[in-house]
Design a protein around this ligand. Structure first.
Ligand code: FMN
Length: 218
Protein backbone atom coordinates (compact mmCIF):
# COMPACT_ATOMS: atom_id res chain seq x y z
CA UNK A 1 0.00 0.00 0.00
CA UNK A 2 1.28 3.47 -0.87
CA UNK A 3 0.56 7.08 -0.02
CA UNK A 4 1.91 9.58 -2.55
CA UNK A 5 2.79 12.90 -0.89
CA UNK A 6 3.75 16.08 -2.72
CA UNK A 7 5.02 19.22 -0.97
CA UNK A 8 5.37 22.63 -2.59
CA UNK A 9 6.39 25.07 0.15
CA UNK A 10 9.46 27.16 -0.73
CA UNK A 11 10.17 27.49 3.02
CA UNK A 12 10.11 23.91 4.35
CA UNK A 13 11.52 24.59 7.86
CA UNK A 14 8.60 26.89 8.77
CA UNK A 15 5.98 25.44 6.45
CA UNK A 16 2.39 25.48 7.66
CA UNK A 17 1.22 23.35 4.73
CA UNK A 18 3.80 20.71 5.60
CA UNK A 19 2.65 20.72 9.22
CA UNK A 20 -0.95 20.08 8.15
CA UNK A 21 0.23 17.47 5.65
CA UNK A 22 2.10 15.77 8.49
CA UNK A 23 -1.22 15.38 10.32
CA UNK A 24 -2.83 13.77 7.28
CA UNK A 25 0.14 11.46 6.82
CA UNK A 26 0.14 10.57 10.53
CA UNK A 27 -3.46 9.34 10.33
CA UNK A 28 -2.75 7.37 7.16
CA UNK A 29 0.31 5.70 8.65
CA UNK A 30 -1.50 4.95 11.92
CA UNK A 31 -4.16 3.06 9.95
CA UNK A 32 -1.72 1.45 7.51
CA UNK A 33 1.59 1.03 9.39
CA UNK A 34 3.14 -1.04 6.61
CA UNK A 35 2.33 1.51 3.91
CA UNK A 36 5.11 3.15 1.93
CA UNK A 37 5.08 6.95 1.53
CA UNK A 38 6.38 8.11 -1.84
CA UNK A 39 7.49 11.74 -1.55
CA UNK A 40 8.00 14.42 -4.16
CA UNK A 41 9.05 17.92 -3.10
CA UNK A 42 8.54 20.13 -6.12
CA UNK A 43 9.93 23.27 -4.44
CA UNK A 44 13.24 21.91 -3.16
CA UNK A 45 13.72 19.74 -6.25
CA UNK A 46 11.98 21.81 -8.91
CA UNK A 47 11.18 20.57 -12.38
CA UNK A 48 12.44 22.83 -15.15
CA UNK A 49 9.66 24.40 -17.23
CA UNK A 50 11.61 23.21 -20.31
CA UNK A 51 10.69 19.63 -19.41
CA UNK A 52 7.05 20.41 -20.07
CA UNK A 53 7.81 21.94 -23.48
CA UNK A 54 9.91 18.92 -24.46
CA UNK A 55 7.28 16.44 -23.23
CA UNK A 56 4.51 18.22 -25.17
CA UNK A 57 6.47 18.61 -28.40
CA UNK A 58 7.76 15.04 -28.06
CA UNK A 59 4.16 13.88 -28.11
CA UNK A 60 3.67 15.73 -31.40
CA UNK A 61 6.75 14.10 -32.92
CA UNK A 62 7.11 10.64 -34.48
CA UNK A 63 8.88 8.30 -32.08
CA UNK A 64 11.97 7.79 -34.21
CA UNK A 65 12.33 11.53 -34.77
CA UNK A 66 12.26 12.61 -31.12
CA UNK A 67 15.28 14.46 -29.73
CA UNK A 68 17.11 13.08 -26.67
CA UNK A 69 15.58 15.97 -24.66
CA UNK A 70 12.08 15.00 -25.76
CA UNK A 71 12.67 11.33 -24.93
CA UNK A 72 14.00 12.20 -21.50
CA UNK A 73 11.07 14.55 -20.79
CA UNK A 74 8.50 11.95 -21.84
CA UNK A 75 10.17 9.30 -19.69
CA UNK A 76 10.11 11.69 -16.75
CA UNK A 77 6.40 12.38 -17.31
CA UNK A 78 5.83 8.64 -17.21
CA UNK A 79 7.63 8.48 -13.85
CA UNK A 80 5.45 11.26 -12.42
CA UNK A 81 2.27 9.60 -13.68
CA UNK A 82 3.44 6.20 -12.37
CA UNK A 83 3.72 7.72 -8.89
CA UNK A 84 0.09 8.86 -9.08
CA UNK A 85 -1.42 5.84 -10.77
CA UNK A 86 0.28 3.30 -8.49
CA UNK A 87 -0.55 5.07 -5.20
CA UNK A 88 -3.56 4.11 -3.10
CA UNK A 89 -4.12 7.67 -1.89
CA UNK A 90 -2.69 11.09 -2.71
CA UNK A 91 -1.72 14.07 -0.55
CA UNK A 92 -0.85 17.48 -2.01
CA UNK A 93 0.47 20.27 0.27
CA UNK A 94 0.34 23.42 -1.88
CA UNK A 95 0.58 27.02 -0.58
CA UNK A 96 -0.78 30.07 -2.38
CA UNK A 97 1.88 32.39 -3.80
CA UNK A 98 1.29 35.79 -5.41
CA UNK A 99 -2.47 35.27 -5.52
CA UNK A 100 -2.12 32.06 -7.53
CA UNK A 101 -0.91 28.48 -7.37
CA UNK A 102 2.71 27.54 -6.71
CA UNK A 103 4.62 27.69 -9.99
CA UNK A 104 6.49 24.54 -8.95
CA UNK A 105 3.23 22.67 -8.54
CA UNK A 106 1.92 24.01 -11.85
CA UNK A 107 5.00 22.76 -13.69
CA UNK A 108 4.73 19.35 -12.00
CA UNK A 109 1.03 19.17 -12.90
CA UNK A 110 1.67 20.17 -16.52
CA UNK A 111 4.36 17.54 -17.00
CA UNK A 112 2.38 14.74 -15.32
CA UNK A 113 -0.68 15.70 -17.36
CA UNK A 114 1.12 14.95 -20.63
CA UNK A 115 0.87 11.25 -19.75
CA UNK A 116 -2.07 9.72 -21.62
CA UNK A 117 -3.17 7.64 -18.63
CA UNK A 118 -4.43 10.74 -16.87
CA UNK A 119 -6.13 12.28 -19.84
CA UNK A 120 -9.56 13.64 -18.77
CA UNK A 121 -11.36 11.25 -21.11
CA UNK A 122 -10.02 8.11 -19.50
CA UNK A 123 -8.27 9.22 -16.36
CA UNK A 124 -6.70 6.36 -14.45
CA UNK A 125 -7.06 8.50 -11.33
CA UNK A 126 -10.86 8.59 -11.25
CA UNK A 127 -12.20 8.07 -7.73
CA UNK A 128 -8.76 7.84 -6.10
CA UNK A 129 -8.89 9.23 -2.52
CA UNK A 130 -6.95 12.48 -2.24
CA UNK A 131 -6.42 15.43 0.08
CA UNK A 132 -5.32 18.90 -0.92
CA UNK A 133 -3.83 20.94 1.93
CA UNK A 134 -3.51 24.60 1.11
CA UNK A 135 -2.28 27.52 3.19
CA UNK A 136 -2.76 31.22 2.51
CA UNK A 137 -1.09 34.18 4.22
CA UNK A 138 -4.16 36.43 4.02
CA UNK A 139 -7.86 35.76 3.97
CA UNK A 140 -9.82 36.16 0.74
CA UNK A 141 -13.05 34.55 1.93
CA UNK A 142 -16.60 35.88 1.54
CA UNK A 143 -17.07 39.39 2.94
CA UNK A 144 -13.35 40.19 3.16
CA UNK A 145 -11.95 43.28 1.38
CA UNK A 146 -10.07 41.07 -1.11
CA UNK A 147 -12.76 38.45 -1.57
CA UNK A 148 -11.99 36.37 -4.64
CA UNK A 149 -8.24 37.10 -4.74
CA UNK A 150 -7.44 33.44 -4.05
CA UNK A 151 -6.80 32.25 -7.60
CA UNK A 152 -5.03 29.15 -6.37
CA UNK A 153 -7.64 27.01 -4.57
CA UNK A 154 -10.30 27.21 -7.32
CA UNK A 155 -7.78 26.16 -9.97
CA UNK A 156 -6.41 23.35 -7.81
CA UNK A 157 -9.92 22.06 -7.18
CA UNK A 158 -10.78 22.27 -10.87
CA UNK A 159 -7.80 20.28 -12.09
CA UNK A 160 -7.59 17.72 -9.30
CA UNK A 161 -11.30 17.05 -8.86
CA UNK A 162 -12.88 17.78 -12.24
CA UNK A 163 -10.03 17.09 -14.66
CA UNK A 164 -8.20 14.24 -12.93
CA UNK A 165 -11.36 12.87 -11.31
CA UNK A 166 -9.94 12.49 -7.81
CA UNK A 167 -12.17 11.92 -4.81
CA UNK A 168 -10.87 15.13 -3.29
CA UNK A 169 -11.13 16.73 0.13
CA UNK A 170 -9.64 20.15 0.80
CA UNK A 171 -8.00 21.33 4.00
CA UNK A 172 -7.58 25.09 3.81
CA UNK A 173 -5.90 27.35 6.34
CA UNK A 174 -6.08 31.10 5.63
CA UNK A 175 -4.39 33.87 7.66
CA UNK A 176 -1.11 32.04 8.26
CA UNK A 177 0.67 35.42 8.21
CA UNK A 178 -1.19 36.57 11.34
CA UNK A 179 1.50 36.69 14.01
CA UNK A 180 4.14 37.21 11.32
CA UNK A 181 2.88 40.44 9.72
CA UNK A 182 2.09 43.01 12.49
CA UNK A 183 -0.49 44.69 10.22
CA UNK A 184 -2.68 41.62 10.77
CA UNK A 185 -2.47 41.55 14.58
CA UNK A 186 -6.14 42.47 15.01
CA UNK A 187 -7.08 39.11 13.44
CA UNK A 188 -5.25 37.01 16.04
CA UNK A 189 -8.37 35.34 17.46
CA UNK A 190 -9.88 34.56 14.07
CA UNK A 191 -6.55 33.20 12.80
CA UNK A 192 -6.23 30.96 15.87
CA UNK A 193 -9.67 29.48 15.28
CA UNK A 194 -8.99 29.00 11.56
CA UNK A 195 -5.77 27.18 12.46
CA UNK A 196 -7.58 24.93 14.90
CA UNK A 197 -10.28 24.18 12.32
CA UNK A 198 -7.69 23.33 9.66
CA UNK A 199 -5.89 21.00 12.07
CA UNK A 200 -9.14 19.18 12.81
CA UNK A 201 -9.91 19.00 9.09
CA UNK A 202 -6.45 17.56 8.40
CA UNK A 203 -6.86 14.85 11.00
CA UNK A 204 -10.33 13.94 9.77
CA UNK A 205 -9.22 13.93 6.19
CA UNK A 206 -6.28 11.63 6.95
CA UNK A 207 -8.67 9.19 8.60
CA UNK A 208 -11.02 9.39 5.63
CA UNK A 209 -8.21 8.66 3.18
CA UNK A 210 -7.22 5.61 5.21
CA UNK A 211 -10.79 4.34 5.49
CA UNK A 212 -11.64 4.94 1.84
CA UNK A 213 -8.55 3.05 0.84
CA UNK A 214 -9.54 0.14 3.07
CA UNK A 215 -13.03 0.08 1.51
CA UNK A 216 -11.62 0.13 -2.03
CA UNK A 217 -9.37 -2.84 -1.28
CA UNK A 218 -12.09 -4.82 0.57
C1 FMN B 1 6.94 34.66 -2.03
C2 FMN B 1 5.64 34.56 -1.30
C3 FMN B 1 4.50 35.06 -1.88
C4 FMN B 1 3.28 35.02 -1.19
N1 FMN B 1 2.17 35.56 -1.76
C5 FMN B 1 1.03 35.59 -1.04
C6 FMN B 1 -0.14 36.22 -1.59
O1 FMN B 1 -0.17 36.70 -2.71
N2 FMN B 1 -1.24 36.26 -0.80
C7 FMN B 1 -1.28 35.70 0.43
O2 FMN B 1 -2.33 35.74 1.08
N3 FMN B 1 -0.20 35.08 0.96
C8 FMN B 1 0.93 35.03 0.25
N4 FMN B 1 2.04 34.42 0.78
C9 FMN B 1 1.93 33.77 2.09
C10 FMN B 1 1.78 32.26 1.97
O3 FMN B 1 0.60 31.92 1.26
C11 FMN B 1 1.70 31.67 3.36
O4 FMN B 1 2.84 32.07 4.10
C12 FMN B 1 1.59 30.16 3.35
O5 FMN B 1 1.35 29.70 4.67
C13 FMN B 1 2.85 29.52 2.81
O6 FMN B 1 2.80 28.11 2.98
P1 FMN B 1 3.93 27.36 3.80
O7 FMN B 1 3.87 27.92 5.22
O8 FMN B 1 3.59 25.94 3.73
O9 FMN B 1 5.25 27.69 3.17
C14 FMN B 1 3.23 34.43 0.09
C15 FMN B 1 4.39 33.88 0.65
C16 FMN B 1 5.59 33.94 -0.03
C17 FMN B 1 6.81 33.35 0.60
Amino acid sequence: MTLFRLDASILPPTSDSRALGDRVEHEWTAAHPDSAVVRRDVATEPISADVWRAAVTGGFTAEDERSPEQREAMAFATTLADELVSADALLFDVPLYNYGPSQHFKTWFDVAYTDSRIDPEGTALRGKPATLVTTIGGNYGPGTPKEGWDHSTPWLRRVLEDVWGLDLRIVKRPFTLVGVNPALDEFADLAASLKEQAEEDATRSGRELAELRSQRSA
